[in-house]
Design a protein around this ligand. Structure first.
Ligand code: GDP
Length: 537
């Protein structure tokens, strides 16, 4: 990492605006409480009118999975895919990670645009599959993680067991910050280990935030009067925790090695304020970002950023697409001219979208950490970098190895050209991945969420007039191939032609029919590198 040769502004309103920003996402398994928690965060952030809208959006998404519903949910969700609100003199950007049926590569890529993440775990279920995948993606960038053990108003797993599971399954050390007192019907509240106070649980209201009663000092006789049954056990547990658990370390948290853990109940607003406190006090403000040449500091005066998501078909009449750009440095002002580096062209941004509350509003200005939406008609790709002229290619916006595959067949073979063009564009937009087998034959699509195939089929039909059939194919996962020795690569290619394909960027990929096959092949070819992710070029 080289230090920035570019002038950094002195401490002033500009640097202050950056320091006040927090950009994060919630990672969780479906039904752990992400939607509920999102609503409560917005409620606490003063966007009260929003309470209810996040849920409404979710139920519309659940209704059916036909195209109209997809369209509708996409239309609505552009406003809620980024939610900006203020809390305690900070500007918070909460990026949505699409889950349930619309789990897709977008879900992963959103995580490349945040500076920290909030992991929500259902206390009754512990660590679940989707959380494991999402945390792996956070791991690629050592993203700091705050953990919330939710639903303690219900019977939950033993809290110590939950911490052990996070540590062993997710491989991140836990530092409990609050500790539950009972659970289910006998949930009394949490003890705050750093502040030495008990926060008393009271069932919360849907749309109103109320003050939480606090009792200071674990030996306060008031606690014995109120919770005579629970206190002896709590004191014992706390003594154990202080002796045996990891104390919170800001440094380890910022390195992504340790996660502070909070307990509560999102639906009851309980424990939510503590999470916001952790976000403001501990989570990082916009972090420096690597490019192929140098590291860009958020306080640099010149504007820069990268596109991590593209949302199409917002308005089917206009083939409107919105590219979501994460600002990495500089002060963005409406009407500003910025350069799209891949095409070497300048664009003047007259009508950027910002994501204040639930309205789509025009941005007048924005800073590092903020997300702006750029309208385009297919000219912007995922991974595109923008600057005020300097050649900066941001790195770390990868393609992820797909986990679902389909062979594409045409009903009308005369449409092969349109199919190719359509798939190429949809691949550039990040809607799916496309693999062309080396030995010829039909193209193979790859995705991480099954709904991606429905979207691609429908868009091929409506935008490219191509009627395609998707069929099952025996591919379980893909790995991008790299080898320093061209002779060995040629030999590998010859021996495994059946399994090899080129992706939309002409990179060689190994399509493994099974995990066992992949393991064996990797064992047999130790000098070949099998990448599970690949950078956008
Ligand atoms: P998501 O799929 O992660 O967005 O989960 P939701 O926020 O939709 O929550 C899933 C279900 O759990 C809903 O029925 C919520 O009402 C419920 N839920 C969320 N938080 C809590 C909680 O703290 N306690 C209880 N008992 N239920 C909760």
């Amino acid at each position: 990492m080289s230090l920035s040769p570019v002038a950094a502004a002195p401490a002033n309103a500009f640097t202050d605006a950056i320091r006040r920003r927090r950009t994060f996402a919630i990672i969780s398994h479906p039904d752990a409480g992400k939607t509920t928690l999102t609503e409560k965060l917005l409620l606490f952030g003063g966007a009260i009118q929003l309470a209810g809208t996040v849920k409404a959006r979710k139920s519309s998404r659940h209704a059916t999975s036909d195209w109209m519903a997809i369209e509708k949910s996409r239309g609505i969700s552009v406003a809620s895919s980024v939610m900006q609100f203020e809390y305690d003199e900070h500007v918070i950007n909460l990026l949505d990670t699409p889950g349930h049926q619309d789990f897709s590569e977008d879900t992963y890529r959103v995580l490349t645009a945040v500076d920290s993440a909030l992991m929500v775990i259902d206390g009754g279920n512990g660590v679940e599959a989707q959380t494991i995948k999402l945390l792996e993606v956070c791991r690629l960038r050592d993203t700091p993680i705050i953990t919330f053990m939710n639903k303690f108003d219900r019977e939950s797993r033993d809290p110590t067991e939950l911490l052990d599971e996070v540590e062993s399954v997710l491989g991140i050390r836990c530092a409990p910050v609050t500790w539950p007192i009972g659970m289910g019907k006998r949930f009394r509240g949490v003890y705050h280990l750093l502040r030495d106070e008990v926060l008393v649980f009271a069932a919360g209201e849907e749309t109103r935030e109320q003050a939480v009663e606090r009792i200071a000092g674990i030996n306060n006789p008031e606690l014995d009067r109120r919770f005579s049954e629970e206190m002896p056990e709590l004191r014992e547990q706390v003594e154990l925790l202080r002796a045996a658990s990891h104390p919170f370390s800001l440094e380890e948290f910022l390195q992504g090695q340790q996660t502070p853990v909070f307990f509560g109940s999102a639906i009851n607003n309980f424990g939510v304020r503590e999470l916001l406190g952790a976000l403001i006090d501990w989570a990082p403000s916009p972090r420096p970002r690597p490019t192929t040449g140098r590291t860009v500091m958020p306080e640099e005066e010149a504007f820069s950023g990268f596109v991590f998501k593209i949302q199409a078909n917002m308005d089917p009449q206009h083939r409107d697409r919105v590219a979501f750009l994460r600002i990495c440095s500089g002060h963005f002002k409406r009407g500003m001219k910025i350069r799209q580096l891949r095409l070497g062209r300048d664009i003047q941004v007259h009508n950027p979208i910002t994501f204040l509350a639930q309205e789509r509003e025009l941005v007048e200005e924005a800073f590092a950490g903020d997300i702006i939406g750029l309208h385009n008609h297919g000219s912007i790709q995922i991974g595109d970098s923008f600057s005020q002229g300097e050649a900066l290619q941001f790195t770390g916006i990868p393609y992820f190895a797909p986990e679902l595959f389909r062979r594409v067949r045409l009903r009308n073979p005369l449409k092969a050209k349109q199919l190719q063009k359509g798939l190429q564009q949809l691949a550039e937009e990040g809607a799916t991945q496309v693999f062309k087998p080396l030995h010829g034959g039909d193209m193979i699509l790859g995705a991480v969420g099954v709904l991606q195939f429905d979207v691609v089929a429908e868009r091929l039909k409506t935008e490219y007039a191509v009627d395609a059939i998707f069929e099952a194919v025996t591919v379980q996962t893909a790995r991008w191939i790299q080898c320093a020795d061209p002779k060995m690569l040629a030999e590998f290619t010859r021996k495994h032609e059946e399994q090899l394909a080129e992706d939309a960027g002409n990179r060689l990929a190994y399509l493994a029919p099974s995990r066992v096959n992949l393991d064996l092949t990797m064992e047999r070819w130790p000098k070949i590198v099998f990448h599970a992710t690949r950078e956008h070029a």
